[in-house]
Each structure stands twice: as structure tokens, then as C-alpha cells.
Design a protein around this ligand. Sequence first.
Ligand code: ZN
Length: 454
Amino acid sequence: MGLHGQEQDAEVIRKIYETSLSQGRSYEWLNHLSNQIGGRLSGSVQAQQAVEYTKKELEGLGLDRVWLQPVMVPKWVRGTAEFAYIESEPGNTNNVPVCALGGSVATPVGGIKAGVVEVQGIAELQELPREEVAGKIVFFNRPMEATLINTFEAYGGCVDQRHGGAAAAARLGAVGVIVRSMNLRLDDFPHTGSMSYGDLPASQHIPAAAISTNGAELLSTTLKLNPQIKFYFRQNCRQMADVLSYNVIGEIRGSENPEQIMVVGGHLDSWDLGDGSHDDGAGCVQSMEVLRLLKTTGYRPRRTLRVVLFMNEENGMRGGTKYAQEALTSGEEHVFALESDSGGFTPRGFSFDCTPEAFEKIMEWKPLFEPYLVHHFTRGGSGADIGPLKPQGLVLAGLRPDSQRYFDYHHAENDTFDAINRRELELGAATMASLVYLYDRYGLPDQPAREGGR
Ligand SMILES: [Zn+2]
């Protein structure tokens, strides 16, 4: 790419940003998804409405093809609002905010009341003698590490308690599990998220709930004053039979190499507590906007460009898995995939899952992103939904927005449209479209096939 090439590219990219910031559609789409439809848990009526709405909107963009890809998804329902309190002595109680973890079983109808064992993680729990845990509620209270600048690392350092804590506690005879919310801030919102009993037989499944960070602090302090206190919680969530749902797909057919497919995407499902504006309504509308921005600015991709709105990332990953399987069986060639699933905040750059040779090439594009302050390029993970495409040997990328506020909202009731800043969302869409443009124009060295996500 010579100087002349870079000037031309800078001009194309400038047009993309200008169009997104002055005539963007992403914010409008997200407003509808969030405020007219709402939380989109897999198998829910809202998830189906989101499928229909985004399909219709994509059809309105004049793409070459828009279709639905059927996929069976798990259906878990929360039921009525959960309820919990700390009982410091009989008759003396403090209510605390909790929510069932996704995939958890219910408590008995009357709830569970038991003594509490606080641990900082699964390893600490496993060192306790069975008699100290049996009959108790295990309270996992390891906080996210505040000193980590990338808050996703802090999340990664804690989330095992949420995902596997109940199974580990059940093996020691515990009757329930309470997990500190994955949130760096002290507030009153419990944060849900997926959990699994692994291979534990159904008869041994115990209920698991998240407690708000303020609630966790209160519980921990109360326990220090009196280790004999009791905790009560009640939830009536349940797992239903699988339900038919869909990935929503639209594409612009490549003008020169239509057999080479580039994917941009996010996940259309969300948790049920908020309306999933950041996780991951933002990523969906940004991905839709990538196709619209390229079309509006008059760029016709040489390769086929597909937007995929994946279903069921949160509690099953069935959409991502299904998409990759179908791509494999139909012999489609995927060369590039980009996901946005880290919130709709100010974009900073991208993380690339690729060879050092490809990354070296990508770094040549970096100056083009500098005017927009989105030139933080690293090698690392990409996105959960596109991970299963890895065996195809392609370049994977993830949009990396600023992560400082993400876990204030992630999987909680306050992940709502008012937490979205219009310009930040639009900048993210333009940043994605710019990278797609550069990949389409220049390509990247071949990648080895790698082991895919699940
Ligand atoms: Zn997500």
C-alpha cells in the first residue's frame, strides 16, 4: 500500500465516519430493540420479536440476500422476582438484592434458609472439610480485581465462581450458592449470567443466585461479626424444553471474489433483567450499520460481506456453533470475522486473533485509525460467537471499546438504552466498517486452521 493508496483509504474512512456520525441508523435501531422489544433471553417472545425486527430492517437496506438460519435454543425462565435477606438473629433481617443465575434450579417453594460459609473462590472451598459445608449456603465473594486496566481480565479472574461454584459446592453437600456480582462498582444491582452443573446428576443440583456488590459487602461484614447468622433466598426459575429460534443473516455479494466471506456480527439474545443495550444490542446494530455504511458511501465489497446476528450467546452458544457447522457442511470459505460484544462505549481499537505475519500487515493500517483515536491494536481474543469459525483458518477480530464502565451494566437491570451514548455507538460502527473496508481491499496472509471455541 503506497502513500497514494493510504490517502485514498483515508478519504474512504473519513466518509465512513462522517456518514455514521451525521446519518447513522445504529442508535435508532437500538432504541427500538431496547425500548420497543426489551430483554431478549433465548426462547422468549422478545427474542423472536428481535429476529423479526432485525430481519425486516436488513431487508430495507437493499442487501443482496437476507435470511433466517434456524437453530434450537435452550429456554430458561426466571419466574417471579427473587427475594433474599440476611438474618442476624431470629426476627432481625436485612433484605438484600439477589437474582437467579441463568440455568439455576429453583429453591423449594418456601425458599432456603441456612448458615453461610464465605469463600474467595472454588479452590478455597475445596480445601474445606465436608462437614463445614454440608447443609450450608456457600457465599463466593472474590471481588473483581480493581487494579487491572482491562476490566475483562478482572471478569475472567472471577467468573469461574459464578459458572462452576454451584457444582463445586453441591459436591460438598451445600444447599445453595450466593455469588458476588461481577461488578467493579459498589451498588444495589445483582448481575446474572450463565452457570452450569457440569456432569452433576439432577438430584444434586442446588440453587444459585448472584447478590449485588453492596449486598455482598453487607453479608461479609455481618458474617465477621457473627459467623452464626443465616441467609434466606427464594427463586422459582426453571429450565424448559428447547425452542426453535434463528440467527439473522444479511449479505452483500462480493463483486470479485464472492466465494470469500467476511462476517461482522454480535449476539441478538440478551439477559432478561435489563434490555441488553450494551450486551449486546449495541454490537448487533453496529454490525448492521457496517453494511449500511459501506453501501451508503458507495463502496462495493470485492468479497461477500455478511452480517450475522447470533442467537443464544449468553446461555448456550447455539447460534455461533450452528453458524460455523453450517458453514463447514456447505463448504463456505470464511476469510475474516469481526465481532462487537464488549459494550457500546467509545471504541479504542481491535483485538486480533491471527498470526504474527498478519498482525504485522494490520499494523500498517494503524495510522489510518489514529485520527479517530481507535488505534489500540493488540493480539488476543475476538468474540464468542465467531470463535467456532476458527477451524476454517481465518483472521478473527473483536472491537475493543473502553471497558471501564462495562461491568457497571453487564447482565444487570441497568443495562438499558439510557446507558448508551449515541456518538460512542456510532464511532464503534464506523470503526468496524473501516476495518472491514481495509480487509476487503488488501486481504491478509493465510491463517492456519485453529481449534474453535466449543
Ligand atoms: Zn455479550
